[in-house]
Design a protein around this ligand. Structure first.
Ligand code: PLP
Length: 411
């Protein structure tokens, strides 16, 4: 397999496996595609890249160069985005069980704040009065590809019910805040274009209700992320142009109908920007004939958690065997000492042998970002490819990194 003319087997030879490799030209294409589709230059939409998907500084630098904003979900993310040169007014912090400490850290940086709890406003006002405030509404329903990535509805920990949101905006007005945003996010991994205009309609209906009670004019109305990519066995892809056209049309129509002034739409794509630009390259360590046929690789859920966490499936190829018939069904597993460390069950593949390179596709988002050194299996290297040049952009973690944090060995 090749990426921008670079041979993956050569990278494996040079750096050893496992490693993540990213096609940064593909990321640039996705960013341009989003900007065009959502008419960002014409200021009809503001894009905040959800950096939780992948926060490598090289990626943040590409985001900065494309003049795109950042959706940050922790003070740490805000600080890393600032360090990458993203301007504070291009960062939207969306809280989640915000502590006073978190709010003080992000307030100090001058970024926009989107609160996930009406009570957090009191905490924030004790720290200072922000120029702009936004609240994340839970409209009482959600929809995500998996239950675990559904972020709206009664069982979601996110968002605020509308009656509480109303009180929170009222309090913000009384405190003298004059600029407002409004936010919602129903779930991730959506491949249905019509979902997004529906979220627009849901959010604007709530915004209209708030406006009718408090006469608030919103600057931005944010529908979050959720733009899906094809992983494995998907029947269709998300048509981003159609998604954007329908969403903007709905937005314009409802802004007029409800007389909401001149707000702009905001979106927070994560997966769509970087998901299909990343690949996890592993080596097959052994094949085991037990009650089932298992193929083991030198990775585990410590570096690719999505299958164990959500039951997510990635497309998997055996390098050099892409054109061979899929002659067997195997379970693919990692080396972590947990029975949930299974990447795929009953996956049809060509005959796999020890030493084969097994490549997990669509591994750019929520992949390395969730890595951990469980079982003393450390986080892995990352390689970036841009304009036909490859570079090691993160070295593998080692045991010294572990010991560096240990202060006491005996007590
Ligand atoms: C607040 C918020 N915005 C945006 C996103 C990005 O979602 P996606 O990667 O589906 O675009 C997430 C993901 O969990 C999120 O929590």
């Amino acid at each position: 397999m090749n990426i921008q003319g670079i041979n993956i087997a050569d990278l494996a030879e040079k750096y050893g496996t496992p490693f993540y490799v990213y096609d940064f030209n593909r990321v640039e294409e996705k960013l341009e595609e989003l900007k065009r589709a959502f008419h960002v230059e014409e200021k009809r939409c503001e894009i905040f890249y959800a950096m939780k998907a992948n926060s490598h500084p090289v990626l943040l630098d590409l985001i900065r160069k494309k003049n795109i904003g950042i959706d940050a979900v922790s003070p740490g993310e805000v600080e890393v985005a600032l360090k990458a040169g993203i301007a504070p007014d291009k960062i939207l912090y969306t809280g989640n069980f915000e502590s006073s400490g978190d709010l003080a850290r992000v307030y100090k940086q001058g970024v926009r704040i989107n609160l996930d709890n009406s009570r957090s406003l009191n905490k924030l006002l004790n720290i200072g009065k922000p120029e702009t405030i936004s609240f994340r509404i839970n409209p009482g329903r959600g929809s995500g590809k998996y239950e675990h990535i559904t972020t709206g509805g009664e069982k979601a920990k996110f968002g605020i019910p509308i009656d509480q949101v109303l009180q929170a905006y009222k309090k913000a007005q009384e405190a003298g805040i004059r600029k407002f945003g409004v936010h919602t996010f129903l779930g991730s991994g959506i491949l249905d274009e019509d979902h997004f205009p529906e979220v627009v309609a849901l959010l604007l209906e709530k915004a209209n209700y708030i406006k009718s009670k408090l006469n608030i004019k919103f600057d931005f109305m944010d529908i979050g992320g959720g733009f899906g990519i094809n992983y494995f066995g998907e029947e269709k892809s998300l048509d981003i142009e159609e998604t954007a056209r329908k969403s903007l049309q709905k937005f314009d129509d409802l802004v007029d109908e409800y007389e909401l002034g001149s707000p702009h739409l905001a979106i927070e794509p994560g997966r769509y920007v970087v998901g299909d630009s990343g690949f996890l390259v592993t080596s097959v360590t052994s094949v085991k004939e037990s009650f089932r046929k298992y193929v083991g690789v030198n990775a585990g859920f410590n570096i690719l958690l999505r299958p164990a966490l959500y039951g997510a499936e990635h497309d998997i190829v055996i390098d050099g065997k892409q054109n061979l018939g899929k002659s067997e069904k195997v379970d693919i597993c990692g080396q972590i000492c947990e029975n949930t460390d299974i990447f795929a069950r009953d996956r049809k593949l060509p005959t796999v042998e020890e030493g084969d390179l097994m490549i997990f596709k669509q591994a750019g988002a929520y992949a390395n970002a969730m890595s951990m050194p469980y079982n003393m299996r450390m986080r892995t290297a990352e390689i970036g490819i841009l304009d036909g040049q490859e570079k090691l952009i993160t070295r593998p973690e080692n045991l010294d990194d572990f010991y560096n944090r240990i202060l006491v060995n005996e007590m």
